[in-house]
Design a protein. Structure first.
Length: 168
């Protein structure tokens, strides 16, 4: 049972323990606290990484991509899948993966600029990789990734300032 501050069951009059005929909107309202900016940024990086991974996973349902991989080549770019390619691909994914943690741990000032810079670079790279791709799923996934990256940059750009910083 849930009790009010007076000890009565919510929705019941404390004096005579009868049901209240109506609840006010305030009694029905749900608590909705603002989410810390760092948590939101970290969550957006997680969502972007999930999209990036799933779009790549879906690509393996394409015969051209699968056949290219089996032949050791990235079919759309005619690039060899070798140690160098895999190390560079890992570094490419490692940076936004680290942004998940960095967004939570970096001090606000540095956090703001790192999020703006990294999201801008990744948005440009996603656009450059998607341009000309004829597959709708790839374009849709890339657009969603760019929207998330733009949201990251915008949230970092509009990071709230403290009253002390505004007065300077």
């Amino acid at each position: 049972m849930t009790y009010s501050r007076k000890g009565a069951v919510l929705g019941i009059d404390a004096e005579n323990q009868e049901s209240s005929p109506q609840q006010t909107p305030a009694m029905r309202a749900l608590e909705d606290r603002p989410v810390n900016r760092k948590v939101v940024l970290s969550g957006l990086w997680v969502a972007m990484l999930f999209l990036y991974a799933y779009v790549d996973i879906f690509s393996f349902f394409r015969a051209d991509v699968l056949n290219g991989a089996l032949q050791g080549r990235v079919s759309v770019a005619d690039v060899a899948i070798d140690q160098q390619f895999l190390v560079l691909a890992t570094v490419y994914i490692l940076i936004p993966a680290l942004m998940v943690v960095a967004s939570l741990l970096l001090p606000a000032r540095l956090n703001r600029w790192v999020n703006i810079a990294v999201s801008a670079v990744y948005a440009a790279s996603v656009v450059s990789l998607a341009v000309g791709d004829p597959w709708a799923y790839y374009v849709l996934g890339s657009v969603a990734e760019v929207v998330l990256l733009v949201a990251i940059a915008w949230l970092a750009w509009t990071w709230p300032r403290t009253a002390q910083a505004v007065g300077r």
